[in-house]
Design a protein. Structure first.
Length: 326
C-alpha cells in the first residue's frame, strides 16, 4: 500500500510539473466619460450617449474579421504558436479567439429582465506566456477603439458629403427660382416702361390716368395691372437696380439658414485624438501567478487515488492469498 501510494504521489508530482503553466490576464473597461462621449458626438457626424457608444465598442469585439485583422497585423499567431504551419493557421486562429473572453460585470443579467446595456466589462485572455498575454489584451482593446473611431469618422465623412450635396442642390434650386422670378419681373418692367414712355408717364400718376388709358384700347397684363402708372423714371430705376444686384442670395429668405447649416458641416473636425469610446478601469498587468495547472490539487487528487488503488490491490492480494491457503 505504501509503495503504490508513493508511486502515485511521484506520478502526480511529475504530471503537475509536466503540464505547462497557463496565465489568465484581465483588463477591466467601462462606459466612456461624459466628456469623451460629448467630444465624439461634437467632432463627428453622430449622436452617441455614453451607454450607446460603449455598446458599439463591445459589438466590435465580436466581429471575427476585426479579430483576424488584429492577429494578422501583429503576427500574433507566430508569437503564440512559433511552429504553426499554413494548414493549421485557421484552427490556431479559432483557438486563439476562444481564449479571449468578454464578460459583463455590471449590470448582472437576472431572470425576467430584458437586455441591459453593459456598464463594466472584464476582458480576459489565457496564455502560456504571461508577457505575451498581457500585451495581447491591452493592444487588442486599443485596436478596437481606434478601429471604431475610424469607422465613425469614415461614415461621418460620407454623411457630411451627402448632406452638403443636398444643401448645395437646394441652394442652387433657390437661386434658379429667384433668377426666373427676376427675369419675369424684368420682362414686366420692360413692357411697362415702353407703355409709360409712349403715354408720357414719367412720374407716378393717379388712377384717373389709368382709367383714361383703359378706354384707348390698351391690352396685356402690364396695362391691366397698371404697372406703367409708376412712371418711366421709377420703372427704369427698378430695372437698373435688379440688373445691378451683386448677389441674388440676399433676396432668398431661406439662404441664411442653409449657409449656416453648411458652415456647421464644414466645422466638423472628426478629430478624435485623446478621446476613447471606453474608460479603462484596470489595465492587464503581470503578476507571475499561473492560474493553471493547480499543482497542489493535482498532487492531492493523485495521492488520494493512488491510496485507494493501493487499498484495492491489497484487498485483492489478500483475497488471493487466503484462497491459496484454503
Amino acid at each position: 500500500m505504501v509503495g503504490i501510494t508513493l508511486i502515485g504521489v511521484a506520478v502526480s508530482v511529475a504530471v503537475a510539473l509536466w503540464i505547462p503553466k497557463k496565465y489568465v490576464v484581465t483588463s477591466q473597461i467601462a462606459v466612456p466619460s461624459l466628456l469623451d462621449a460629448a467630444l465624439i458626438t461634437n467632432n463627428g457626424y453622430a449622436a452617441y450617449s455614453r451607454e450607446k457608444l460603449f455598446e458599439e465598442y463591445l459589438t466590435a469585439f465580436k466581429v471575427t474579421q476585426k479579430f483576424s485583422d488584429f492577429v494578422e497585423q501583429g503576427d500574433w499567431l507566430r508569437k503564440f504558436y512559433p511552429d504553426v504551419t499554413k494548414g493549421e493557421e485557421a484552427r490556431q486562429l479559432s483557438e486563439l479567439r476562444e481564449l479571449l473572453v468578454v464578460e459583463v460585470v455590471t449590470p448582472k443579467a437576472t431572470k425576467g429582465t430584458g437586455a441591459l446595456l453593459a456598464e463594466i466589462v472584464d476582458v480576459s485572455f489565457e496564455g502560456k506566456v504571461e508577457v505575451l498575454a498581457v500585451e495581447f489584451v491591452n493592444k487588442f482593446i486599443g485596436y478596437i477603439s481606434s478601429n471604431l473611431l475610424s469607422e465613425i469618422s469614415r461614415d461621418g465623412h460620407g454623411l457630411v458629403r451627402a448632406e452638403t450635396q443636398k444643401i448645395t442642390n437646394e441652394m442652387e434650386l433657390l437661386r434658379f427660382n429667384i433668377k426666373e422670378v427676376s427675369a419675369a419681373r424684368l420682362a414686366k418692367l420692360g413692357e411697362a416702361l415702353i407703355l409709360a414712355e409712349n403715354l408720357g408717364v414719367k412720374k407716378p400718376d393717379s388712377v384717373r390716368l389709368y382709367a383714361q388709358t383703359a378706354d384707348q384700347g390698351l391690352s396685356g397684363l402690364t396695362a391691366k395691372s397698371g404697372l406703367f402708372l409708376m412712371g418711366s423714371g421709377y420703372l427704369q430705376g427698378e430695372i437698373d437696380a435688379i440688373k445691378a444686384r451683386s448677389s441674388i442670395d440676399l433676396f432668398i429668405s431661406e439662404m441664411p439658414g442653409l449657409k449656416k447649416r453648411l458652415e456647421k458641416l464644414k466645422s466638423i473636425s472628426f478629430d478624435f485624438s485623446g478621446v476613447s469610446p471606453f474608460t479603462l478601469n484596470q489595465r492587464a498587468v503581470m503578476d507571475g501567478k499561473a492560474e493553471k495547472p493547480k499543482r497542489a490539487l493535482i498532487v492531492a487528487v493523485g495521492s488520494v487515488l493512488a491510496f485507494f488503488v493501493a487499498v484495492f490491490v491489497a484487498l485483492i492480494m489478500g483475497a488471493v492469498k487466503r484462497r491459496k491457503e484454503a
